[in-house]
Design a protein. Structure first.
Length: 429
């Protein structure tokens, strides 16, 4: 950086890259006033230049060759907004090796290959920042690294995937079917290129891996998480959850237990009285408990051009202020691996939904198996059916029970010939 001028190159002019370019062009004066620095959008590499993005790129070097950004000696900061694993990984590595600072929104890459990339950044004396990788426009990374730095983080409950939250909200509020709601989320541009990542819980798990690494100050391996998505939830489950006073949310959960971290992503019945139950549509929220601060909640848009770009530019400014003072962030310590507690060792309250024949003795058979496994029933509902096959939905809410015991009991119940195998087990908050 020379004369308070910061030169920026963008890799990928999709939704998020376009937002970053727009802020750098439209908010130049605001950013100068606030930071004392001038941010110059110097170069952009993008393969598809045919689309009109409503940007005036006069004076910006526009190319299809990433190398022209990565090797440009005048560029101080490279913004990676391509997404996915490759070529993003190769480009970020090359930028770091060329001693350029990097800002990215790439949660999949940070969660799975972050360790190598942070090491490379450290070896080259540059920063790799990733505020936009979790919670879109919500400043949750800075919240954990700076605002809550004085706290041990006891727990995090996050709604971290906008697409899943949108689908579940539309199913709750407008009684839409799953597929219909997913199509809407895709049309609105929240979903990943492959929406399987959203609805399988994978995207939320990437984000939880990043939060857990920061919260625990130890490296969390993505594969240590237990992950379930929302694909098995039906309109019927939404109706049952409502009748019990709950809203179903895909939660990313971090709990610091005595013997390690409990890290899970799964659909959860959240009581309607909890703030997280009121987080709807594509919005995200992160409910954090720190030992000194107590409960805090960060809330806002978790996806989309403008919010995600807002987070990226916050990293650009943050990084440039540090450059001005010859500092680096270096707040990700990956030399210590986090210990995790396997799912089978924890307890939860459960929601169970079965379709069973409507015949004498069936309920007692199911409750008997649960009882044998020390699982106590808290409430139960059975709906009448007028269908010919006499299969009826039965829903049970349990008291706190062991995950291991529940898995064993369900294995037995699922094998009963009067129970259909499409049963569902959810957890309560
Ligand atoms: N597909 C992601 C979501 C985009 O729905 O939350 C933001 O990371």
């Amino acid at each position: 950086m020379k004369d308070n001028q910061v030169n920026i190159g963008i890799l990928g002019l999709g939704t998020v890259g376009t937002g970053v370019a727009r802020i750098l062009l439209e908010q130049k004066e605001l950013l100068r006033t606030r930071s004392g620095l001038t941010f110059n959008l110097t170069a952009i590499s993008e393969l598809d230049w045919n689309r009109d993005r409503g940007l005036d790129l006069t004076g910006v070097h526009c190319t299809t060759q990433a190398d022209e950004v990565l090797n440009d000696p005048n560029i101080d900061i490279v913004v990676e907004t391509i997404g996915g694993y490759e070529p993003a990984y190769t480009f970020i590595s090359r930028a770091l090796q060329n001693k350029k600072h990097v800002v990215t929104a790439n949660k999949a890459l940070i969660a799975t290959r972050g360790r190598e990339l942070f090491k490379l950044a450290e070896e080259n004396g540059v920063d790799l920042l990733f505020e936009a990788s979790v919670g879109g426009g919500i400043p949750i990374i800075k919240g954990l690294r700076e605002g809550l730095v004085a706290n041990r983080i006891n727990s995090i409950y996050g709604i971290l995937n906008g697409t899943s939250n949108f689908i579940l909200s539309r199913m709750h509020q407008d009684e839409l079917e799953f597929d219909q709601a997913l199509k809407e989320a895709q049309a609105k541009g929240f979903a990943e290129a492959d929406p399987t990542l959203d609805i399988s819980g994978g995207d939320a798990a990437h984000k939880l891996t990043i939060l857990a690494t920061l919260a625990s100050s130890a490296f969390v391996d993505y594969h240590q998480l237990s992950v379930e998505g929302i694909t098995n939830i039906t309109k019927l489950d939404i109706t049952f959850a409502k009748s019990f006073g709950y809203t179903i949310k895909l939660l990313a959960i971090y709990r610091a237990l005595e013997n390690g971290l409990d890290l899970r992503v799964h659909p959860t019945l959240v009581p309607n009285s909890h703030l997280l139950a009121a987080v709807n549509n594509e919005l995200n929220a992160v409910f954090v408990n720190g030992d000194f601060v107590g409960n805090t909640m960060f809330y806002g848009p978790g996806a989309g051009e403008r919010p995600t770009a807002s987070a990226i530019v916050s990293d650009i400014v943050d990084l440039s202020r540090n450059l001005d003072q010859h500092l680096t962030n270096r707040a990700v310590h990956l030399d210590r691996a986090a210990a995790t507690v396997p799912l089978t060792e924890i307890t939860n309250r459960f929601y169970l939904r079965f379709f069973t024949l409507d015949a004498p003795g069936i309920l007692s058979k199911i409750s008997g198996i649960l009882g044998e496994h020390n699982i106590s029933i808290a409430s139960m509902v059975q709906l009448e059916t007028h269908e010919q096959d006499h299969y009826v939905p039965i829903v049970l809410l349990t008291h706190e029970a062991s995950e291991q015991a529940m898995a064993e009991a369900l294995d037995k119940i699922g094998k009963l010939d009067f129970v259909r195998d499409n049963y569902l087990r959810l957890r309560l908050f």
